[in-house]
Design a protein around this ligand. Sequence first.
Ligand code: FMN
Length: 324
Amino acid sequence: MKTRITELFGIEHPIIQGGMHHVGFAEMAAGVSNAGGLGIITGLTQRTPKDLANEIARCKDMTDKPIGVNLTFLPGFADPDYPGYIEAIIAHDVKIVETAGRSPEQYMPMLKDAGIKVIHKCTSVRHSLKAEKIGCDAVSVDGFECGGHPGEDDIPNMILLPRAAEELSIPFVASGGIGNAKQLVAALALGADGVNMGTRFIATKEAPVHQNVKDALVGASELDTTLIMRPLRNTERVLKNDAVNRILEKEKELGADIKINDIMDEVAGVYPKIMSDGDMDSGAWSCGMVAGLIHDVPSCQDLISGMMKEADEIISKRLKAFAA
Ligand SMILES: Cc1cc2nc3c(=O)[nH]c(=O)nc-3n(C[C@H](O)[C@H](O)[C@H](O)COP(=O)(O)O)c2cc1C
């Protein structure tokens, strides 16, 4: 399938694997890219720019296809060495960067001078327009359904995507809540040029996470996620568990007075415990409502080729029949 996104990134299928903390290692990105999508290494999961350089090199040993690196500019607890990470990306000839969190404006000259294509993740039309204005090549439009940080506007993709299509000139992918072919076709119909998936890719054979995480996704329904950190204006969609219950209790108890320090035990440094050790109640971890549509743990190849085959059938049979 050819879209503006496959053309922009030089990939076969319009399916991107969004950056995911402690999931987006070389194995994950290579698995997706080898299957014809765009795999993305999560920059900040690597402690230093040198570690990121090694991870990119490892990934390039596993695939010759295009890969990307995610750079998340969060209202972080610490300020990482972003220029150092960008230098590592440039030195290792990665030509696609997914930015998220704050606007990447400050780093655009450095990225564009190196010939890097930038796709910025946005949760609103106004942020998407800003991304377009500062020279981003594409936008990943993240609806309220998404795993991770949906922003504070709470607009689901059924509205957000066609609104983005009304306003944007640059291509965009639909992100949040997507995990199957029907949704890919729907996203295309709503004006997107492809999709970005996070949660769905965690339940694949290549995802380098503990089996407990994959089992949790297969076992979860669409009712099993919730929002935390809303009072801190850093809302995150996570899978419900004991740690999340503790956070919600504290949010109720402390109200508007809550500080990030009150929930540090449940949110800081918990990803390795969950993703590597499989200690599922040790903290809050991002997870999208699409968990309700995840029933198996396929290879990236089977997932992506299956989605593309079914999408083709939906377009050429089911939708064509309606056009008659
Ligand atoms: C476990 C997990 C970790 C994530 N970590 C990051 C991250 O570090 N940076 C980022 O930009 N997005 C992160 N995301 C968001 C994804 O890149 C993607 O935008 C989101 O998962 C899309 O929604 P979906 O999960 O419904 O597919 C994460 C998502 C998940 C599920």
